[in-house]
Design a protein around this ligand. Structure first.
Ligand code: F0G
Length: 461
């Protein structure tokens, strides 16, 4: 039996959730066109849609909210944050942004030209979209084990060094304005990247004089995986490990809504002085003055405090053990997941869970609909609804390799009984899974259809 860790906190403020009945949920979901994004959050009992911006802040962070300095320029809260970022991340310069994708947008607008390529282990969809928006090409070079849901490789988020070298040789370093790596790899099961891999990736990029940026959203969780799994790091603190990770890079993009433990915020770091000049110009145009960058002073203050709390060893130990408990218990209940459990989420392999539903009838969507109806649980489909597109040359629909449903875990929000409830709901669904039916799309937009498409459950023939 997996062990549930003791929470390194107790609860001071609570947020009530509304109890709904199965009949109510059936009606609510029908009204929402069977798209869980269209539900009102108050109609959800356990919301596992995302771990982004959904953390519970601490009393220390709420106290910081009152102390936020709202000056337009040179606010005290900016300097507090600057000191924290400089200690943890170690880059010479940083600018705040309203969230992670704004940092990506600025970086791409300043460094990237049409036709150029950005390699990574796996780009998150906003990063890929920001690269495409300026005519660039996002390139994913994950190790093969990263695509195998059953492989228990300890660092399934690693970038394949051989593929990287070949890609740079074939493309030409002049067509690669910067390279990236995502830690942990959200698009691939929340799997970590090893220190050895970050170092090797850095060496290859630098051999070709390509600047190296880390997508750092879940860097603290990644650091703790290194501590637990990589030789030589067991006695290092998460802070020391983070400092070493970033010492290999030239900058980073950060969505602070994850390991920053805040509800809004992000930043962009870099060492290069000239790049910093251009970034500041772009920032003023899009986000705000360089000492607030799209955030209120109180947000900067909450983030300065949240970054420290996100690196706390007891917190990280609890965080990763909680995800592992959830994932291993689902496996025990007969639910196939991407193994081993990642840092921030569990990904159910709906394709193999519901083998009677073909990819073009969306097994992931079928499962997430059933999880809401049966238990009031909200998840997100990351399979053919989100990722199947017609091939631009042949028009043939290309399905993604896996039909996944992501159960993302908000930080410091849910307790063991919430997870046990989800596990029980899933065990009940598993016992009658052959009765679940496929899904049909009723309406859909051209792009990013999973956010707004409407669906229906295919009637029994
Ligand atoms: N990079 C990664 C790896 C992410 O997971 C996200 C967001 C971003 C960048 C963009 O950050 O939302 O602050 O603009 N991921 C959220 C999720 C939305 O649900 O996984 P943002």
């Amino acid at each position: 039996m997996p062990i549930y860790p003791i929470e390194p906190f107790r609860i001071k403020a609570i947020e009530s959730t509304r109890q709904t009945t199965k009949e109510e949920r059936e009606q609510l979901l029908e009204k929402a066109g069977y798209n869980l994004f269209k539900l009102r959050a108050e109609d959800v009992m356990i919301d596992l849609l995302t771990d982004s911006g959904t953390a519970a802040m601490s009393d220390n962070q709420w106290a910081g909210i009152m102390l936020g300095d709202e000056s337009y320029a040179g606010a005290k809260s900016f300097y507090n944050l600057k000191e924290v970022i400089s200690t943890i991340f170690g880059f010479r310069h940083f600018v705040p942004t309203h969230q992670g994708r704004a940092a990506e947008n600025i970086l791409c607008n300043v460094l990237l030209e049409s036709g150029e390529s950005i390699p990574s282990n796996m780009h998150f969809d906003t990063t890929g979209a920001n690269i495409r928006a300026v005519g660039g090409r996002p390139i994913d070079l994950l190790i093969d084990e990263g695509n195998d849901p059953k492989s228990r490789h300890p660092f399934k988020g690693n970038l394949d060094i051989e593929k990287l070298r070949q890609f740079i040789e074939a493309t030409g370093k002049e067509n690669i304005p910067f390279g990236m790596i995502t830690i942990t790899n959200n698009a691939g099961g929340g799997q970590p990247v090893s220190m050895a891999n970050i170092k090797a990736v850095s060496e290859v990029y630098h051999e070709y004089s390509i600047p190296f940026f880390i997508d750092a959203c879940r860097y603290a969780e990644n650091a703790y995986f290194i501590k637990l799994r990589e030789e030589g790091y067991a006695n290092r603190t998460p802070l020391e490990i983070a400092q070493e990770m970033f010492s290999y890079a030239d900058g980073c993009t950060m969505s602070a809504k994850k390991d920053g433990l805040v509800n809004i915020g992000g930043f962009l770091c870099m060492n290069d002085d000239n790049l910093f000049e251009s970034v500041q110009q772009e920032l003023i145009l899009r986000e705000g003055f360089p000492t607030y960058g799209g955030l209120a002073g109180r947000d900067l203050e909450a983030l300065a405090r949240g970054l420290w709390e996100g690196l706390d060893e007891r917190y990280l130990d609890y965080r990763l053990a909680q995800t592992a408990y959830f994932g291993e218990s689902l496996i025990e209940a007969g639910i196939p997941i991407v193994e081993p459990p990642g840092g921030h989420a569990i990904y159910i392999d709906a394709g193999s869970f519901l083998p009677h539903i073909p990819a073009d009838q969306f097994p992931g969507q079928a499962l997430s609909i059933e999880m809401y109806i049966a238990g009031g649980i909200r998840t997100v489909e990351l399979g053919s609804v989100a990722f199947a597109y017609p091939d631009p040359d042949t028009g043939e629909i290309k399905h993604p390799p896996l039909e996944l449903v992501r159960l993302a875990i908000p930080r410091r929000v849910y307790t063991r009984s919430h997870f046990d409830y989800v596990i029980a709901v899933m065990a009940d669904i598993a016992a009658r899974k052959s009765t679940l039916r496929g899904i049909e799309i009723v309406t859909q937009p051209e792009l990013l259809r999973h956010f707004t498409a409407t669906f229906k459950i295919i009637a029994e023939s």
